[in-house]
Design a protein around this ligand. Sequence first.
Ligand code: XUL
Ligand code: CO
Length: 499
Amino acid sequence: MLRPSKTRISSKNTGRTMARLLLLSGVFLVLCMTSAVAKGQEKDFFPGIPDIKYEGPYSRNPLAYKYYNAEEEILGGKMKDWLRFSVAFWHSFRGDGSDPFGSPTRQWPWDDGTETLETAFTRMRANFEFLKKLGVNLWCFHDRDISPEGRTLEETNEMFDQVVDLALSLQKGTDIHPLWGTAQLFKHPRYAQGAATSPDARVFAVAAAQVKKCLEVTKKLGGENYVFWGGREGYQTLLTTDLKKELDHMALFLRLAAEHKKKIGFNGTLLLEPKPQEPTKHQYDWDAATTIGFLEHYGLGDEFKLNIECNHATLAGHSCFHELEFSRINGKLGNIDANTGDAQTGWDTDQFLTDPTEAALVGLAIIRNGGLAPGGINFDAKLRRESIDVEDLFIGHISGMDALARGLRVAAKIVEDGALEKLVQKRYAGWTGLGAKIEAGTVSLEDLAKAAEQLTLDDLTFSGKEELAEVILQTFVSGPFIHEAEAQPVGSESGRTEL
Ligand code: XUL
Ligand code: CO
């Protein structure tokens, strides 16, 4: 029980006490401010947004999963383990809607647009709140999107350490950790003429220092992979470019990184991310085939796998399926940056992938690869400039996750059904008998010429059955099978989209 004090306080005493109180509260205020600066403001950045749950394909709730049911088993594995979704920090927490023609269109509640440590802390808190609400435990980052650039490398790394310590403390007690980390070697003016392929060795050295630090940080955060995207590793004109020197330097740079990875005991996979152009007009990691050829040529094949980005695939004139399959058959499929381009736009629009057929083919490559772990599916995808509500960030990710979850379901049906596989087997049925000998390498060109003389030449045509293959694919993409497992709507009462 509180009792009134018996001590009478003189006015002189009162003055002193007041002064002490003022001093104490001043100190308290400063302490509070420092700790807020040190940790970033604790805040609910997404009020009104629930934890996103699975409601089944009949739900019209835009803030619910219709196909992604994390714990559900597909072909003996949980959906969350097949798909291993990840949020890209740069698009979600740094994306402000600006484009080469216009200023930012959105002001996120966690971003005052300043390059301060305090804002870096706040963005990191928003990232963790977002991941938890979305039910995703993986995230990807560039060093410079999570922490600012200082005046010296030492100052930059000091700030980086502070942001990483906050991320570590936010990860504590959760299973959240990075799918991959990467150094941003394309934004700063010093990298305008390349990082590893810069004509200046000093720039090569600074880039190497950034990679060294970022490898160490990725390990510290429990990251499972480390990515190299050579945004400036290419040329704008061959007239001023020593092509051989630049390619040699790029290989040297990657070798140094692979050595450092071993030195620090980082077990993550190193990944190269092909992209043909943008920002440079020709990037050395043009596509999967070029990149694998480069790795093999420089003896780096055992050290690196690939991170295939769907929109990069289409920029290179391929489908995402092609790039995934080409990497897979070479034992190099490490990770997917899931996004898509716009059919009418010729650049990297990084939209969320929502096309059911494209998603089914991505699912097929994942199943054929036996999953992606320790890789996963990173949403290297951004909201369009016009989407400015915090809610849109959830809707975008849900749309991408559901599309790929649906793609996985469709692909599993295609594999279980076996008709497509049979069609392919039948198409190559001619590779028995003589074919088996050719494959075994036991026949010469003369043997083949002799064998050919015995063949009836007008008997060598047969149908390629391409339309039939498309019918089989579409039977599962758009047919009734996809809904079979979820005949009953779960959760959502509403039969209409809640807007
Ligand atoms: C750029 C791109 C990058 C990489 C990481 O097109 O895809 O965001 O994924 O540097
Ligand atoms: Co990417």
